[in-house]
Design a protein around this ligand. Structure first.
Ligand code: NAG
Length: 485
């Protein structure tokens, strides 16, 4: 027995030796910087769709094009009046991050779910009468896909969101309120395949977990209500109808919210597509066909396009490395483990417990990655050191490591890589490192959490151009380079 233990000890020592030798090797052979055109951080004025999108995912029938909500590729983005400024985007992003923290910490007072049952007037109530809490669920998000609903099929542009579950769209007659949207508002009475879900059905009771609010009842129809971190909300009838993803991919009894009272930051979209872990998400509702497997690529700027593919792609995705999902702690979020971060090829000198204290999630709707305070401080310091030759600029909103690049056309920045559970190392593309604020001003695209026990959030800026593969059935998340441009 003792001998066996000794042997184990010896093995792990040897392992450590090998690993550190390996790491040193990587230091010398690994890229430590990127040189890029500053303009590559900003969208062009015209849309140039990713064609590599198609190769990257081995395009199959269930592939949807992903667009940034605001920008030249989106119909919705044409209206300059509704395009938020960078500081508005960042302040909404902070609301979302705050609401994620509230949902992940189930004991916090702000997160207690109040019973809102049996209040049929909610549909007519201006404030929607949803419990006021700092966001049991989250809104906005920045990427949209277009799907079809009903018979005959009506086209809807929905925000896609891995951080929530219920899919909903605004519905006529908008009994209380609908915000302005680009597509015609869905009319359930014009759809031959539409039906209401009744109050006493098992589906109705699934809403509590999916939305954080107990369902209501209006005559016999189940009423949902969902409120997002930024005070946006949707309330309406819980329904089912035919969901058409593409011509060949059709789901006859898709459960969704038919919103009669909708307000908030959904700007011009028709609603939201929920890709979370809960049983009402599109991922769960299509599990029989797609096995809870999906992948996406978010474009580098709003003048390019990405994709969302439901189901396994045929053929092996290129160079995708998988990290195991961590325990989701009963939430609908996708938890992963961050083990370490390297800046300019050097691992940040912080203890692994900095990451394990609160855990980490990946989220398609959070723009800026949030790190534990100790990790962010170390990252910012390492980055500043390697960027010493550039002129610094004042902090901008939640971003505090900024540069004034007036007069320059190219810039050389340190690489940043994340190592996830299973020693999966992911190099971030340059667009995942810097965010452009104005033509001459850029900032490091990371922020620190307020508390050491706040969950880290791997956000969408850092996911750009990567092929991100959710093998939910297989319990693992994959990252591959160059999924789109
Ligand atoms: C769904 O339920 C609502 C509320 O009871 C009702 O007004 C509407 O007509 C119903 N729609 C259908 C198609 O049954």
């Amino acid at each position: 027995m003792i001998k066996f233990k000794l042997l184990l000890l010896l093995c792990s020592c040897l392992n450590v030796l090998f690993i550190s030798a390996d790491a040193q090797l990587q230091h010398t052979t690994h890229h430590i910087d990127h040189t890029l055109q500053i303009t590559s951080l900003f969208p062009d004025s015209v849309c140039s769709p990713s064609s590599s999108t198609i190769q990257g995912s081995n395009k199959r029938q269930s592939t949807l094009e992903v667009l940034h909500r605001h920008g030249p590729c989106s119909q919705l983005g044409q209206d300059k009046a509704t395009t938020p400024s960078p500081s508005e985007v960042l302040s909404h992003d902070q609301s979302r991050a705050d609401s994620i923290q509230a949902r992940v910490k189930p004991n916090s007072d702000t997160n207690r779910i109040k019973n809102t049952n049996s209040n049929p007037d909610r549909l007519k109530d201006k404030k929607a009468n949803l419990p006021v809490q700092s966001g049991r669920s989250l809104g906005s998000g920045n990427y949209i896909v277009t799907v079809g609903l009903g018979t005959p099929t009506k086209t809807l542009s929905l925000i896609f969101d891995t951080g929530s579950d219920l899919t909903w769209t605004q519905c006529q007659p908008c009994a209380r309120s609908c915000y302005q949207q680009q597509d015609p508002i869905f009319n359930p009475s014009a759809s031959a395949s539409y039906s209401n879900i009744s109050c006493n059905s098992p589906q109705c009771s699934q809403l509590s977990a999916a939305t954080g609010n107990n369902p209501g009842c209006s005559s016999t129809t189940c009423v949902y209500g969902i409120q997002y971190g930024d005070q946006s909300f949707s309330v309406g009838f819980f329904s089912k109808d035919k969901l058409t993803i593409t011509a060949t991919e059709v789901f006859p009894n898709f459960l969704f919210g038919c919103g009669q009272n909708n307000q908030g930051l959904f700007g011009n979209t028709a609603g939201l597509l929920g890709l979370g872990r809960n049983s009402l998400s599109i991922i769960s509702q299509t599990a029989q066909k797609y096995g809870k497997y999906f992948s996406y690529c978010l474009p580098s700027t709003s003048s390019s396009t990405g994709h969302l593919t439901l189901g396994k792609t045929t053929g092996v995705p290129r160079n995708v490395k998988f990290t195991p999902f961590a325990n989701s702690q009963g939430t609908s979020f996708y938890f992963i483990d961050i083990l370490s971060i390297s800046v300019g090829g050097r691992q940040l000198p912080i203890s692994q417990s900095v990451f394990t204290t609160a855990g980490s999630i990946i989220d398609s709707g959070t723009v800026i990655t949030r790190l534990p305070p100790a990790a962010y401080t170390a990252m910012s310091a390492a980055f500043r050191k390697l960027m010493a030759k550039y002129k610094t600029a004042p902090a901008y909103s939640i971003l505090d490591t900024c540069y004034d690049l007036s007069g320059l056309t190219t810039i050389t920045i340190p690489t940043i890589s994340f190592t996830f559970g299973g020693n999966v190392k992911v190099d971030l593309p340059p667009t995942g490192i810097l965010v452009g604020i104005s033509t001459s001003r850029v900032c490091l695209a990371f922020a620190g959490n307020n508390n050491a026990d706040d969950v880290a959030i791997f956000g969408n800026t850092q996911q750009k151009t990567l092929e991100v593969v959710y093998d939910v059935g297989g319990g693992k998340l994959g990252f591959g380079p160059a999924g789109c441009k």
